[in-house]
Design a protein around this ligand. Structure first.
Ligand code: NAD
Length: 493
């Protein structure tokens, strides 16, 4: 591990931290919350960088009131006008990409190069949905019996509560806000308290782009359970779109069932990455580095289990270990950093527990495997081999820079092992045989398969999982429909 950059101070050049809002954003105004302010910590140094407002149930009700007041006007706004405002959000995000990337690096800890990639990805949801806003078309058909005609139009589903995690502070929010606004809905966003500054910086940017007051409201809270329950119990709220862990997702599905609210759920993953003997080694290593190390492993799509066929196993392990131990670990805001810190001390403790468990059960450490001393929530890039199937990390999200590798022999064996999980978000397959790649892709129980590449996310494609990885899709032409309600009119002509 190269930890040279680890003790340097965060580089906040060009970031006016005092200029960022920390209040609740309701009806276009910045407001104090009723709760006591929440500290935001730089995970690279453990220093407190801001204190943000803390909403209680009454503040949440005010946010829903604002979304309700803005709803009729926004739904009635011409799709072309909505489209132009969304396009302006894309342009402003692109113009300010470097500032936003630095802010993400500072509060989330991810390496600047990952943060830049996130800003580009996040902005693209506005461009894509600006194009979708004017293409939400209905159907007109003659009923099969011939007696009447069927007219179907798509209406905004209503007020949406959006809840997002800390691992992509910009993209997880824009992946929901952009399609919701394209569909004509108004929203209340509740970002994670670990990374609220990005959400608030973007709220100010939306306003500047012409998003009317009350269309997007943003609240942070230290009591997400009661605050969310209160919003879901409000009969004006018709949609919950959640990205986060499967555990919290299950709780929210139960909560939403009380008011029978439409739910989109982007939940946890446990992605297998499979390398066959006939794969191109360089392509597989490059892909594995992206699939494992983007965001230092803190991604729902991160490769969590690496299965490598016996014939290529030794070469793959040697090449991956070489790449992993050469990574520069340091503060996210440092230009040289390739692997930033984890989000919290708790996240590091979880990784330590999972690595210790695997080693106790027989896994071998090729590099890393030991938490460094000093400040910051760091864990080194780690490669483990011979990881047994009963290791806890085979069934749980590691959410860190640990690559657990095990060997397989046959296609049937690896498919069975890949599917032996409650999750089904993403999977990665490397092979020189396209027919085999497509065959395996069909057999793997996951919503998304990357074939001979390490990146699957694309704003123009449907992102989402099967099994306990979620319900619904974000992005592509599917994303906007999650925020629409089809309305059918039967008519005799
Ligand atoms: P989390 O579930 O702990 O928190 C997610 C959000 O839910 C946060 O805003 C949090 O404040 C809020 N929350 C927590 N408890 C709540 C409650 N009782 N009621 C309402 N809201 C509540 O997840 P996290 O640790 O922030 O994020 C990591 C998880 O997110 C991982 O499991 C990861 O796989 C998943 N994730 C999934 C996707 C996807 O697209 N499928 C994308 C990114 C992250």
């Amino acid at each position: 591990m190269n930890i040279a950059a680890r003790d340097t101070k965060p580089d906040t050049t060009g970031l006016d931290l005092d200029g960022f809002a920390r209040g609740l954003f309701i009806a276009g105004q910045w407001r104090e919350g009723r709760g006591s302010r929440i500290p935001v910590v730089d995970p690279s140094s453990e220093a407190v960088i801001a204190h943000i407002a803390n909403a209680d149930v009454a503040d949440a009700a005010a946010a829903v009131d604002a979304a309700a007041a803005a709803a009729p006007g926004w739904a009635a706004t011409a799709p072309r006008k909505r489209s132009e405002i969304l396009r302006r959000c894309f342009e402003l995000m692109t113009e300010r990409a470097e500032m936003l990337a630095k802010l993400i690096s500072l509060e989330n800890g991810k390496a600047l190069r990952d943060a830049r990639g996130e800003v580009a990805y996040a902005a693209e949801f506005f461009r894509w949905n600006a194009e979708e806003a004017v293409r939400i078309v209905g159907d007109f058909a003659r009923a099969p019996a011939g007696a009447n005609h069927i007219v179907v139009g798509y209406e905004p589903i209503g007020i949406c509560v959006l809840i997002t995690p800390w691992n992509f502070p910009a993209a997880m929010a824009t992946r929901k806000i952009a399609p919701a606004l394209a569909a004509g809905c108004t929203v209340v966003l509740k970002p994670a308290t670990e990374t609220p500054l990005t959400a608030y910086a973007l709220a100010a940017l939306y306003r500047e782009a012409g998003v009317p007051d009350g269309v997007v409201n943003v609240i942070t809270t230290s009591t997400p359970g009661p605050v969310t329950s209160a919003m879901l119990a409000d009969p004006r709220v018709r949609k919950l779109s959640f990205t986060g862990s499967t555990g919290v997702g299950r709780t929210l599905l139960a909560e939403a069932s009380k008011s029978v609210i439409s739910c989109s759920m982007e939940l946890g993953g446990n992605a297998p990455l499979i390398v066959f003997d006939d794969a191109d080694l360089d392509t597989a290593i490059e892909g594995a580095m992206v699939a494992k190390m983007r965001n230092a492993g803190e991604a729902c799509t991160a490769a969590n289990r690496l299965y490598v066929q016996s014939g290529i196993y030794e070469k793959f392990v040697a090449a991956l270990t070489k790449r992993m131990e050469a990574l520069a670990v340091g503060a996210g805001t440092d230009q040289a950093t390739e692997c930033g810190p984890m989000i919290t001390a708790k996240a590091v403790a979880k990784i330590e527990r999972l690595v210790d468990d695997a080693v106790t059960r027989g896994a071998k450490v090729k590099c890393g495997g030991k938490k460094p001393s000093g400040s910051g929530f760091f864990y080194p890039p780690t490669v483990l081999t011979d990881v047994p199937a009963d290791a806890e990390m085979a069934g749980e999200e590691i959410f860190g820079p640990v690559a657990p590798i095990s060997r397989f022999d046959s296609e049937d064996e690896v498919v069975a092992r890949a599917n032996d999980t409650e999750y089904g978000l993403a999977a990665y397959v490397f092979t020189g045989d396209l027919a085999r790649g497509l065959r395996i892709s069909r057999r793997i129980e996951a919503g998304m398969i990357a074939l001979n590449r390490g990146l699957v996310s694309d704003p123009a494609a449907p992102f989402g999982g099967v099994k306990q990885s979620g319900l619904g899709r974000e992005g592509g032409s599917h994303g906007v429909l999650e925020f629409c309600e089809p309305k059918y009119v039967a008519v005799t002509l």
